[in-house]
Design a protein around this ligand. Structure first.
Ligand code: HEM
Length: 382
C-alpha cells in the first residue's frame, strides 16, 4: 500500500482515504519510510504538536537567489525565523488595499471573444496572483511579469525536484527577487515595517528585508497554486447535479465554497518532521522520521463530520475542515481565499446567463500534495 501517489494517477483518492480511515488511521509506509496520518484526531494532534516541524526544503543546486527564497519562506521554517516571517506576512496582509476583484475579472474576460473557455487558464491561474499583486501596489508591468513567470517557482516547495525544475527555478529567481526588492524599497510603509522587525528581533536590516521579499514570493506561490485549485474545485461543485442552489446568491455561493474546502480540497496533504520521539496511537514516531498529514482524509472522517461523503452546504461544522491547516502554521489567507472564490463565481454566474460544463473527465496535475484540475472547459452565453 503506497501512501504517496500522484493525483494525476488516481481517479478517486477519497476511496483510498476511506479505507485508511477504517483500517489504519496512522500507517507506516515502509517503502517510502514515511508515516501517514489520516484521522481528524491524529492530524490535529500532529499539526498542533510543538515537536512536529515543517521540513526544510531540499536545496539541491540552487543558485544564490533561489537559496535565499527557499530558506526564508514562512511555511518552511521554524522558531524565531518563522515568527519574523509570519509577522511580515501579516503586515503585508494588513496593508493589502481593498481592490476590486470584479475589475480584474472583467479585464480577464474582456480579452476573450470565445463562448468556450478554459476556466483554469483564463481565471484560476491569473486571478488570485493578480489580486495579491495589485493589492500590494505592484505596477501593471510588474504584475504581468510576475504572474506570467511564477509557475516554475511552485516547485521550490516540492520535496522531489527534477534537475529541469531546479534549472527553471534558478533561471527566474533573480529577476523575480530583484523586482520585488525594488518595489519594497520604493514604499516607505515597507521600509518602516522592516526597520521595526529588525530592531525587535535584533537581526540586520538586510536579512529582515530578505525574509520579507521571500515571503512575498511565498504569497504569490500559494495564491497561484492553492488559489487556483479552490477556484477550480468550487466551480466543479457548481455543476454537480446534487447541488441545486441559486447561483447568483452570494451567501449560497460562499457556503458552497466552504463545503468545497472540506469535500474536495485543493491541498491534500502537508508534511512534518519529528524533532523528537512523538507518541501517537500507541506507536512511536521516531526523531527525524517524516509524517504525511493527510488533510483531505481528515475532512472525510465520520468521527468529525456526519455523513462525510455527502456534499452538504448546510452542515453545522463544515468550517472545521483542516484544508488550511491549524496551529502555528495555519494559512494566513483563509478569508482572503474564500472571499476571492465567492466573488469569482458570483461574477461568472451574474454576467453569463447560460453556463455549462464541457469537460466531464477532469484530469489533474501530476502533484503529490495538491489536487489541481489541469483544465475545465465551459461554455458561456448571455
Ligand atoms: C486557496 C486555498 C489555500 C489553501 C487550501 C491553503 C492551504 C494552506 C495550508 C494547508 C497551510 C499550512 C501548511 C502547513 O501547516 O504545513 C498554508 C499556509 C500558508 N498559506 Fe495558504 N492556502 C491557500 C491560499 C493561500 C493564499 C492565497 C495565500 C497568500 C496570498 C496563502 C498564504 C499562506 C501562508 C503565508 C502560509 C504560511 C503560514 C505560516 O507558516 O505560518 N495561502 N496554506
Amino acid at each position: 500500500m503506497s501512501t504517496l501517489f500522484l493525483q494525476s494517477e488516481i481517479k478517486n483518492p477519497y476511496s483510498l482515504y476511506h479505507k485508511m480511515l477504517e483500517e489504519s488511521p496512522m500507517y507506516w509506509d515502509e517503502s517510502h519510510k514515511i508515516w501517514a496520518v489520516y484521522s481528524y484526531k491524529y492530524c490535529t494532534e500532529i499539526l498542533n504538536h510543538k515537536k512536529a516541524y515543517i521540513p526544510a526544503v531540499s536545496e539541491n543546486s540552487f543558485n544564490e537567489y533561489a537559496l535565499k527564497i527557499s530558506r526564508n519562506l514562512a511555511r518552511l521554517s521554524n522558531g524565531v525565523q518563522h515568527e519574523i516571517a509570519k509577522e511580515s506576512a501579516f503586515i503585508v496582509f494588513s496593508y493589502m488595499k481593498n481592490i476590486g476583484i470584479d475589475s480584474i475579472l472583467s479585464e480577464l474576460f474582456q480579452n476573450n471573444n470565445n463562448t468556450e473557455i478554459n476556466w483554469v487558464e483564463l481565471v484560476c491561474k491569473k486571478l488570485p496572483v493578480l489580486t495579491v499583486l495589485k493589492s500590494l501596489g505592484f505596477t501593471d508591468d510588474d504584475s504581468f511579469f510576475i504572474s506570467k513567470n511564477i509557475e516554475p517557482l511552485i516547485k521550490i516547495m516540492q520535496p522531489n525536484k527534477k534537475s529541469e525544475d531546479i534549472e527553471a527555478i534558478n533561471a527566474i529567481s533573480e529577476k523575480m527577487y530583484v523586482i520585488i526588492e525594488k518595489h519594497i524599497s520604493s514604499i516607505s510603509f515597507y521600509e518602516n515595517a522592516i526597520t521595526a522587525i529588525s530592531t525587535k528581533y535584533g537581526i540586520s536590516y538586510q536579512e529582515t528585508k530578505s525574509v520579507f521579499v521571500s515571503n512575498l514570493i511565498g504569497l504569490f506561490i500559494q495564491s497561484y497554486d492553492a488559489g487556483r485549485g479552490l477556484l477550480s474545485n468550487a466551480l466543479l461543485q457548481c455543476f454537480s447535479k446534487e447541488n441545486s442552489f441559486k447561483k447568483t446568491d452570494k451567501t449560497q455561493i460562499q457556503k458552497l465554497v466552504v463545503e468545497t474546502l472540506r469535500f474536495d480540497p485543493p491541498i491534500h496533504n502537508t508534511r512534518r518532521i519529528a524533532a523528537e520521539d512523538i507518541q501517537l496511537n500507541n506507536s512511536t514516531i521516531k526523531q527525524n522520521e517524516t509524517i504525511l498529514v493527510v488533510l483531505a482524509a481528515a475532512n472525510r472522517d465520520d468521527r468529525q463530520f456526519e455523513n462525510p461523503t455527502i456534499f452538504d452546504t448546510e452542515r453545522t461544522n463544515n468550517q472545521e475542515h483542516l484544508t488550511f491547516g491549524i496551529g502555528g502554521h495555519m494559512c494566513l489567507a483563509k478569508y482572503f481565499s474564500i472571499n476571492l472564490a465567492t466573488e469569482a463565481l458570483h461574477y461568472l454566474f451574474c454576467n453569463f446567463k447560460n453556463i455549462s460544463i464541457l469537460d466531464h473527465e477532469i484530469e489533474y496535475e501530476s502533484l503529490i500534495n495538491a489536487r489541481l484540475p489541469k483544465a475545465i472547459w465551459i461554455s458561456i452565453y448571455n
